[in-house]
Design a protein around this ligand. Sequence first.
Ligand code: ZN
Length: 273
Amino acid sequence: MDKTIITVAVTGAFPTKEHNPNIPLTPKEIAADVVECWKAGAAVAHLHMRDDEGKGTMNKDKFKETVELIRAQCDIVLNLTTSGDLFATDETRMAHVIELKPEMASYDAGSMNWMHSGLFLNPPQFLEKLGKVMLENNVKPEIEIFDAGMVYNSFYYIKKGVLATPAHYQFVLGADGGTAATVENLVYLKSLIPSEATWSALGIGKGHLPVLFATLALGGHVRVGMEDNVYYAKGRLAKSNAEFVARAARLIGEANKTVATPDEARKILGLKK
Ligand code: ZN
């Protein structure tokens, strides 16, 4: 098999047009960008929304508009964030999941200091509620891991039945406040998860390519996109998210693997229709 899933995270909650003028922010821009990434080989799109000022928002109407535009044009798997605004209430963080029932949504397995500026809160009560909402709505959690403690925290929720198995992990390396984007850290984190789990990884900043190469070598799936990196190479801004996807697709081919289609990704991740 050796099919590799490319997830593209096109927007995120933080980068602006000043960081990179090519970042998509409105529902129309995001949808057009995702379709372009799907054509380039992305099987999963991880989505954040922005308000009219460009700030991260959990506004479910924005999610709805974007999701509908994308679903009308392609079969990419949609993975909606539950962490797009540090000040959103628990209910706001889950409302779009309940209403839109995406195939996947992010599940951040612990709290942390975020970018030396605020708190990224995922307290036990929220993680229990969110896990149950995802189970009830057939939404597969993408368990986002920013440090090793979050892996162990996920085991608690698996044991409690709040998270189903086999689980899917996304190692997010290089966010300030979390684990640095190094090959050594990736190898360590990957060693902690059960063998039946599926996993993907991303590196932010200069660790992006080393983490991408190591992920392919270790048999993981990959995530790219402007949520994580606005630079394509040192000193050169990305022209588009699709440019990152196209590079990942080339590297997957060079690594003697195949880029997974959305339907293949559904099979690998055990997504329920
Ligand atoms: Zn995200």
